[in-house]
Design a protein around this ligand. Structure first.
Ligand SMILES: Nc1nc2c(ncn2[C@@H]2O[C@H](COP(=O)(O)OP(=O)(O)OP(=O)(O)O)[C@@H](O)[C@H]2O)c(=O)[nH]1
Ligand SMILES: O=C([O-])CC(=O)C(=O)O
Ligand SMILES: [Mn+2]
Length: 630
């Protein structure tokens, strides 16, 4: 089938026209659709019949299409076009105030057997859930356009490309997916060529329009459901337009569904950044790091080192797929094509690389504040706030207002290739060999700045007991300490104990010589006076340097019951006003604090029941013995 087939659903002016089945009520959308992929045709047909959209539109991913869609979104009031001189081809969106983050309480893994979802996931019987969703989606796209977005997570040239098709009734989702993933005609052609399996990912904002009813700028529903069916690897998302709930290639596919594929196929889908570090000796190292949402992945991935001679480049800032290569080394790729970054705290002084990428334009900002000259602003972008803004709720704002101008979970969505420091290896489908894995959380106390695990299994133990204070990235209370294994708590698509066992068995088959070294980090520890014990951001390059020197066997460390921490002198403090004593405080392992921590870990492990791997039970036992002996 030629490329012009697409024209069958467009009239001459490029506007959408209804496919025939919507006129005639007889199944026939397939005859006009621009694909020969039979399973896709059947699914699109089925969804159109269920959701009853006014028209069906196949997304080609072109510039012209994007221009048309963003123009329409501006006319509809969903997007505000920003000042093109400062922010070319960029837009701001403002969500419904009740639709600003992922909704973990409403996120479900509906496996056939409840125990396959595990204790960390919400579960409902799949047939019950299907019935519920069929009810919700029935007619849910009335009055709207149904967009069909073919996409691939990872490289189209990968050995086994991971395809998906998102059907959505939100053009904002189409414009955002175009930034976050590889989408459109090329993907569709490849799917046809391979007659490939694809993850059917169905999304509706859940706000059908009655005849003549005026739309709102951000349609959504109070009733939100983010549902995954592991056995048929499908996704149904209802009621929300927010990133992690609606851009289904991201958390729903590239983590939850992909973690299930990875379990079955022998690889790992992780909530990690990947960076490339080049030493003054011009040796390259690749580091992956898992931190919970809003805990510093994007910032570390785009780090500007404050030490001479070390260079950092980026491969990814949120999701990493890893598999053991032919030589047994762990190789990592980033399946995404864009950044969906937390805006607040991203500024010229903390993250100039992100700021430069954003300044190139082609970005969508959500729930940030608007400046009077058509730009955007958020807390932390500049040291001084502008004298006047329009806040994310559309209200007048001045520095005296006493409330944030941007929502704490406001986001920028920017193409990854706009990052000047993007590593060339980003483009390689084979990925990069990982030398170190960092697990990190946001903890005011207890957890040292950096700790090296004793060995791989001890590192998995660190990952499995990772904890962090909750953030605004998910709806709910902020600042509560919760366990977040490998930063995957909200993203494991199956039983948490099985997930940890998968890490252990998979690596057991790998080349033990080249297994990455595992470290635990905490940029968020506080001192007695309430300030940060470590300045973080660019200075985290000093911790990375120590990590590399530990791998090379050249940096000193002190052994503690939990692992190895830097000596006061072993962290490079050149040019800082920190002392060795400050470092010692930042890495201190306090027995009293750890007594509480051990109790917390025991409580956490108890929740796994039978499914906790034996090796980790043994790790906890050894840790308790080490503290008892200390
Ligand atoms: N104190 C301190 N804050 C940091 C550091 N790195 C990041 N932050 C802050 O943490 C918040 C979130 O950082 P991000 O890098 O966007 O976090 P993320 O893990 O990519 O978040 P998600 O996109 O939700 O997965 C921002 O407000 C940052 O300013 C650090 O080293 N020290
Ligand atoms: O998924 C989202 O909405 C944003 C994100 O990166 C996270 O929460 O980890
Ligand atoms: Mn994230």
């Amino acid at each position: 089938m030629g490329d012009d087939a697409r024209q069958l659903v467009l009239d001459e002016s490029g506007d959408n026209v209804a496919p025939s089945h919507l006129d005639s009520n007889t199944p026939g959308a397939s005859k006009d659709a621009p694909t020969t992929h039979q399973a896709l045709l059947a699914w699109v047909q089925q969804v159109a019949e269920l959701t009853q959209p006014d028209r069906v539109y196949w997304v080609d991913g072109s510039e012209a299409e994007n221009k048309r869609l963003t123009d329409e979104l501006v006319d509809a009031g969903t997007l505000v076009r920003l000042n093109p001189e400062a922010f070319p081809n960029s837009f701001a969106a403002f969500s419904d105030p009740k639709d600003v983050a992922r909704v973990e309480e409403q996120t479900f893994i509906c496996s056939e057997e409840k125990h396959d979802a595990g204790f960390t996931n919400n579960w409902m019987d799949p047939s019950e859930m299907r019935e519920k969703l069929n009810g919700l989606f029935s007619g849910s796209m009335r009055g709207r356009t149904m967009y069909v977005i073919p996409f691939v997570m990872g490289h189209l040239e990968a050995e086994d490309p991971k395809f998906g098709v998102e059907i959505t009734d939100s053009a904002y989702v189409v414009a955002s997916m175009r930034i976050m993933a590889r989408i459109g005609t090329d993907v569709l052609r490849k799917m046809e060529e391979l007659d490939a399996f694809f993850v059917p990912a169905l999304h509706s904002v859940g706000a059908p329009l009655a005849e003549g009813e005026q739309d709102v700028a951000w349609p959504c529903s109070d009733d939100k459901w983010i549902v995954h069916f592991p056995e048929d690897r499908s996704i149904w998302s209802y009621g929300s337009g927010y990133g992690g709930n609606a851009l289904l290639g991201k958390k729903c596919y590239a983590l939850r569904i992909a973690s299930i594929m990875a379990r079955d196929e022998g690889w790992l889908a992780e909530h990690m950044l990947i960076l490339k570090l080049t030493s003054p000796e011009k040796k390259d190292y690749f580091v992956a790091a898992a931190f919970p949402s809003a805990c510093g992945k994007t910032n570390l991935a785009l780090l500007d080192p404050t030490i001479e001679g070390w260079k950092v480049e980026t491969l990814g800032d949120d999701i990493t797929w890893m598999r053991f290569g032919h030589n047994g080394e762990l190789r990592a790729t980033n399946p995404e094509a864009g950044l969906f970054g937390v805006a607040p705290g991203t500024g010229w002084s903390t993250n100039p690389n992100a700021m430069r990428a954003i300044a190139k334009g082609n970005s969508i900002f959500t729930n940030v504040a608007l400046t009077d000259d058509g730009g955007v602003w958020w807390e932390g972008m500049t040291d001084e706030a502008p004298a006047h803004l329009t806040d994310w709720l559309g209200n007048e704002w001045t520095p005296e207002s006493g409330r944030p101008a941007a929502h704490p979970n406001s986001r920028f969505c920017t193409p990854i290739d706009q990052i000047d420091m993007l590593a060339e290896e980003y483009h390689s489908p084979d990925g990069v060999p990982v030398s170190a894995i960092l697990f990190g959380g946001r903890r005011k106390t207890t957890v040292p700045l950096v700790t090296q695990s004793r060995d791989w299994t001890n590192g998995i133990f660190m990952g499995s007991t990772l904890s962090s204070e909750t953030t605004a990235a998910a709806a709910g209370q902020v600042g509560v300490v919760r366990r977040d294994p490998m930063a995957m708590l909200p993203f494991m698509g199956y039983d948490a104990g099985d997930y940890l066992r998968h890490w252990i068995t998979l690596s057991g088959k790998a080349n033990q010589e080249t297994l990455p070294k595992i470290f635990l980090v905490n940029w968020f520890r506080r001192t007695a006076d309430g300030g940060f014990a470590w300045p973080g951001f660019g200075d985290n390059s000093r911790v990375l340097k120590w990590v590399i020197e530990r791998i090379e066997g050249t940096a000193d460390a002190v052994e503690t019951p939990i692992g190895f921490v830097p000596t006061g002198e072993s962290l490079d403090l050149t040019g800082m006003d920190m002392t060795a004593a400050d470092v010692e405080a930042a890495v201190h392992v306090d027995p009293e604090e750890w007594k509480k921590e051990l109790a917390g870990i025991e409580e956490w492990y108890a929740r796994f029941g039978e499914s906790l791997p034996e090796d980790l039970v043994a790790e906890l036992q050894t840790l308790k013995e080490r503290f008892a002996a200390a």
